[in-house]
Design a protein around this ligand. Structure first.
Ligand code: SF4
Length: 709
């Protein structure tokens, strides 16, 4: 009997970034036993239903195994030559901004780094954006405005040390389940720990809540403005901290008082009971160790950035930041949303947390990469990018590990845009998605169980993802595919990578390359990893950035020094705005969208695990019993949902956990796995003007029986 091989890797689903211990039973047959890694600091052995079912998702079912051109099998050289030729031709005729990459938080940091270097550093356009735009870009803006850098101050241990946790727009029980398990355990150990959930729906996260505030959709900014005013009025602010470490408090407070003068007005405008709002405010005022967790319910909004800052303002006002058990904690959705941010995976960022609109940063990155062509202005953010495709301005687009035809707002328009685009390349490990069906060239990428590199979870913790199996068919790593096209475009030497370790070292070295961000300190620093040997990279243990020679960093800003020019944190005055589109006579409901407990994104992997499919088997729409009764919509019947942008069918699920006037539709079903249509087709293509993040939680819709009559 051969000795058992155990591989330590990380889960490919949510941003919690759980460590996995994989026992390989049969490498050729893709048989593996999955368990939580007891030593990984994100999960200490725990897994949720999705992570625990990973072994059922690594078969070759629906895998893309060979390159395809026009639907026919091709060899790699022909496919790569064609991609390079079409991109070169578009750039030559129409300029570098006529091409674009749309990538994914599923990519490893090394993949992301090479894609970003190719587009921003050598093609000379910043038209590379990512589906992470849809999940965390408002949080990035919030942190940058307040702290001077996109830097999460907290970690999971803070959830266990807190005496008050406020979950806002976060159903962590389903969307970040292992982090939620840690909160649940903490509450069992510490009965004094209070949990408050602010969410229009009564979600599974409310099961352990002491208080649920079913807020009117979109009003969170006003609630936190009200809280800031209450903290000041009751003497709960920390005047010494505000004076020593922050600026802009008076302006933020004046704005908050004008928007939300007292508890009664705040409660009325948020559609909440004044007693409940008062209880939250009193608990927040009285509890030093408070963590506010916020997620898509905050970020996916046309005022998402302001909402993030309204939350951060309350932590700055009380000095509750950077110390154990406290802080404003953004929970991001994808496994490597954070890693993508580090290497400039967003169209408005350069690598290593540097800025495209800062000439010194552009010059420095150009010198490091040995390129004169580094983009010096922001590129198109996700929705703008597909608008440019629709307008014929983007002549060639390369979509990587994501399915925008299902997941983007106004998804029918995205489909039409790609159908009309001159040249569409898709790299994916999945053969059949709504988006691969529109590709002129398909490039087979390695899947989770074959990839090798690193990811960063939502507490800044870098972990290795290690391969369990050899690549299937002719699949190749994404960084290899980008490098091959780069070489064919004439950028050979800069892309002569032989391993993910080489790329990681370069990424770490760039973070240390003269990078003091103008204030004498590095805001994103991996200098301690810049000379990592191959064996050390192979064995790299999870650690949180910044990483200097002294090691990683558990918390940021405990010393009161921030990454702004003068080292002080910024309050941001927040003038709350309602959702851009509100219900009217034709579209009287507010559509809320989100995840289910047992599915991930468009189900290309979780849909392969039989036990995960039993939780919910088909697209549904949740509706409050009063609304269902009024419209005579019986449970289990099919309803037609329409918005100004599109429509879909869904099975009616009547639930008192819905807020009256609101509907909830899960995001997972697509044109491939369902005949009922795609949720994305309904969603309004409205974005936060600062972050570009879509307002996916608030679209006015109508609902009726189907077939009509
Ligand atoms: Fe994977 Fe997230 Fe579940 Fe952890 S909590 S096992 S990272 S899906």
């Amino acid at each position: 009997m051969s000795p058992t091989t155990i591989v330590k890797t990380t889960c490919p689903y949510c941003g919690v970034g759980c460590g996995i211990s994989a026992e390989i039973e049969d490498a050729a047959g893709h048989r593996v036993r999955i368990a939580g890694d007891p030593e990984h600091p994100a999960n200490f052995g725990r897994l949720c239903s999705k992570g625990a079912a990973l072994a059922d998702t690594v078969s070759l079912e629906n895998r893309l195994l060979y390159p395809r051109i026009g639907g026919a099998r091709a060899d790699w050289d022909s496919a790569l030559d064609l991609v390079a030729e079409r991109f070169r031709a578009a750039i030559a005729e129409h300029g570098p901004d006529s091409v674009a990459f749309y990538v994914s938080g599923q990519l490893l940091t090394e993949d992301y780094y090479v894609a970003n270097k190719l587009m921003k550093g050598f093609i000379g356009s910043a038209n590379i954006d990512t589906n992470s735009r849809l999940c965390m870009s408002s949080a990035v803006v919030g942190y940058k405005r307040a702290f001077g850098a996109d830097a999460v101050p907290c970690n999971y241990e803070d959830l266990e040390l807190a005496d008050l946790i406020v979950l806002v727009g976060s159903n962590a029980a389903w969307c970040h389940p292992v982090a939620f398990q840690r909160i649940r355990k903490a509450k069992e150990r510490n009965p004094a720990l209070k949990i408050v959930v602010v969410d229009p729906r009564r979600t599974a996260s409310c099961d352990i809540a002491d208080l649920h505030l079913p807020i009117q959709p979109g009003m969170d900014g006003l609630l936190f403005d009200g809280l800031l005013g209450h903290l000041a009025a009751t003497g709960a602010t920390d005047a010494a901290y505000i004076t020593a470490y922050t600026e802009g408090f008076e302006a933020a407070l004046a704005q908050a008082r004008s928007a939300a003068p007292d508890i009664a007005a705040t409660a009325a405008n948020c559609g909440l009971a004044a007693a409940d709002v008062g209880l939250l405010f009193d608990w927040f005022a009285a509890t030093e160790k408070t963590v506010t967790v916020y997620s898509q319910g905050i970020n996916q909004s046309s005022s998402g950035s302001d909402k993030c800052n309204a939350i951060i303002n309350c932590h700055l006002a009380t000095g509750r930041i950077g110390r154990p058990g406290m802080g404003p904690f953004s929970f991001t959705g994808q496994p490597n949303a954070m890693g993508g941010r580090e290497v400039g995976g967003l169209a408005n960022m350069l690598a290593a947390h540097m800025d495209l609109d800062n000439p010194a940063h552009v010059e420095r990155v150009g010198r490091f990469w040995g390129s004169q062509r580094v983009a010096d202005r922001q590129g198109l953010k996700a929705l703008e990018l597909f608008d440019a495709v629709a307008a014929g301005k983007i002549k060639a687009i390369w979509i990587v590990a994501t399915n925008p035809v299902a997941s983007m707002p106004d998804a029918d328009r995205v489909r039409q845009a790609l159908q009309a685009c001159d040249f569409v390349v898709v790299s994916d490990c999945i053969a059949d998605t709504d988006t691969t069906r529109l590709a002129h060239v398909l490039l087979p990428a390695t899947g989770w169980s074959e990839k090798d590199g690193s990811v960063t979870n939502l507490e800044r913790r870098i972990s290795r993802q290690r391969a369990l199996f050899a690549p299937s068919g002719e699949a190749r790593h994404d960084w290899w595919i980008f490098s091959q096209v780069a070489q064919r475009l004439g950028f050979g030497e800069a892309f002569a990578y032989r391993s993910s370790a080489e790329i990681f070292r370069e990424h770490a070295a760039l973070s240390a390359f003269e990078n003091d961000a103008g204030h004498g300190r590095r805001d994103f620093d991996l200098s301690g990893l810049a000379e990592l040997s191959d064996p050390a990279y192979s064995d790299l243990q999870p650690l949180q950035w910044p990483v200097s020679a002294a090691g990683g960093t558990a918390r940021l800003f405990g010393d009161g020094r921030f990454f702004t020019a003068n080292g002080k944190a910024h309050f941001v005055p927040v003038s709350p705005r309602p959702p851009r589109h509100v219900p009217d006579a034709n579209y009287p409901f507010t559509l809320n969208t989100g995840r289910l407990r047992d599915q991930w994104h468009t189900m290309t992997r979780t849909g392969l695990a039989a036990k995960l499919n039993t939780h919910q088997v088909e697209p549904c729409v949740e509706i409050h019993p009063d609304d269902a009764a009024r419209l005579r919509l019986p449970a289990g019947a099919i309803a037609k949902l329409t918005s100004r942008w599109g429509g879909m069918l869904a099975k009616i699920a009547i639930s008192a956990e819905q807020r009256p006037g609101s509907l909830f539709v899960p995001m997972h079903w697509t044109g491939v796995n369902s005949s009922h249509g795609r949720m994305g087709a309904l969603v309004n293509p409205v974005v936060d003007p600062l972050s570009g993040q879509p307002e996916s939680k608030q679209t006015p819709v109508a609902i009726e029986s189907w077939p009509a009559g």
